[in-house]
Design a binder for this molecule. Structure first.
Ligand code: HEM
Length: 396
């Protein structure tokens, strides 16, 4: 019988995917995997096959399917999560995703630029006021995306300590039981916001849907709340991780940081290279086959789990020559960090804009920024969750 590998593998360096995947990518595109619960499945480690499979409608994202693979005991929590379109297939997925589009069009997102700049400037002032040394996560990386997404949704930012903490406990829960309390707290909170929005309509996605689609009976209340929770959690945690790990990556590559500072037009390209290199949502691509699929000489059977991490695809030398090189001029926009296919990240334009504003502003305001401790002492996050750091102490 073919040897199986374990998945997901842990990072040794917090800002790049696990080194163990390099050899797997060299060996071939698909590998047999044994998951934590003993079930067998597949891991896809090359870019071409990752994209082919992420675009294949024979792979399902339906988390209510008993065969949907779980990558850890914590993963079992997804089964009892409220319905949100990240865990649905067509046509249901598109039906609900389309309801959120008005807030996320390219035009709508670029109109947010002045407000995001204002938010980032304020965060930089708060960081300075905290005094060197200070934690970059709580003073800068987290408040920016958190304030932005709360305004997009119409969630009172005055509640940010509550929802940031609950989101973090949900993402970092060690098992399904630990996820119950933060999930319940967030759901009850969002439920109360829907009630408040019905009584007093206000700007933001939650009120728009509550007084529109919900009032017209086009969306069940629990689905509206599930979507609000997906956007609130996905909307701040991932981008905050990118600001934190992006800062570490740039500080660890001073030549690239200097290139970026010398040429502001290099910023969008540098953000794409950081997204590729950091691959923070590495384990997001989780699917189950609904039919048999033949690909790259392998046979995936209906009912088998297929894991499509974005890190190995983003480090596939066939797509990104010398992938270990962090090169802000590489032209990396075709990375898989936002996934691919119908579930490709809804918030990608927003995340890009936030990163394009927050990262250069930080280095402009704090030209002598340094890590307080060597990067080798930073502890990577658990393998099965969004990568990032609980805190990052910096000096200037
Ligand atoms: C740098 C930051 C981000 C990264 C790396 C990231 C990554 C991803 C990835 C890999 C997926 C695909 C999941 C899959 O294939 O099943 C995804 C989906 C999604 N992301 Fe993001 N994301 C980021 C920021 C955001 C933001 C800011 C928002 C919200 C405002 C957001 C909302 C979503 C939603 C709603 C989905 C589900 C889309 C669907 O199923 O149609 N993300 N994200």
């Amino acid at each position: 019988m073919e040897e199986t590998i374990t998945y997901p593998q842990a990072r040794t360096c917090p800002y790049r995917p696990p080194l163990g995947y390099t050899e797997l990518t060299e060996q071939g595109p698909l590998h047999r995997v044994e998951l934590y619960d003993g079930k067998l499945g597949w891991v896809v480690t090359r870019y071409a096959e990752a994209r082919a499979l992420l675009g294949d409608p024979r792979l399902s994202s339906d988390r209510t399917d008993p065969d949907f693979p779980l990558i850890s005991s914590r993963g079992a929590a997804v089964r009892s999560q409220p319905p949100a379109f990240i865990g649905m297939d067509e046509p249901e997925h598109g039906h609900y995703r389309r309801m959120t589009i008005p807030e996320f069009t390219a035009k709508q997102i670029s109109a947010l630029r002045p407000r995001i700049e204002e938010i980032a400037v304020q965060a930089a002032e708060n960081l300075r006021a905290a005094g060197s040394p200070a934690d970059l996560v709580t003073n800068y990386a987290l408040p920016i995306p958190s304030l932005v997404i709360s305004e997009v949704l119409g969630v009172p930012y005055s509640d940010h300590e509550f929802f940031e903490d609950a989101s973090r406990r949900l993402m970092r829960a060690g098992n399904a039981d630990e996820a119950v309390a933060p999930r319940t707290e967030l759901l009850e909170y969002l439920d109360s916001l829907v009630d408040a929005a019905i009584q007093h309509p206000k700007p933001g996605l939650i009120s728009r849907l509550a007084n529109g689609e919900l009032a017209r009976g086009e969306i069940p209340r629990e689905t509206l709340i599930g979507i609000a929770m997906l956007l609130l959690v996905a909307g701040h945690e991932t981008t905050a991780s990118m600001i934190t790990l992006g800062t570490v990556t740039l500080l660890e590559h001073p030549d690239q940081l200097a290139a970026l500072r010398a040429d502001p037009t290099a910023v969008p390209g540098a953000v794409e290279e950081l997204l590729r290199y950091n691959s923070v949502a590495d384990t997001a691509g989780i699917r189950v086959a609904t039919e048999d699929i033949d690909i790259a000489g392998r046979h995936i059977r209906a009912g088998e789990g297929v894991l499509i991490p974005n890190g190995p695809a983003n480090f596939d030398p066939a797509m990104f020559p010398e992938p270990e090189e962090f090169d802000v001029s590489r032209g990396s926009r075709r990375h898989n960090a936002f996934g691919y296919g119908v579930h490709q990240c809804l918030g990608q334009n927003l995340a890009r804009l936030e990163l394009q504003i927050a990262l250069p502003l930080l280095f402009e305001r704090f030209p002598t920024l340094r890590l307080a401790a060597p990067a080798t002492e930073l502890r990577p996050a658990r393998a099965d969750t969004v990568q990032g750091l609980g805190e990052l102490v910096v000096t200037w």
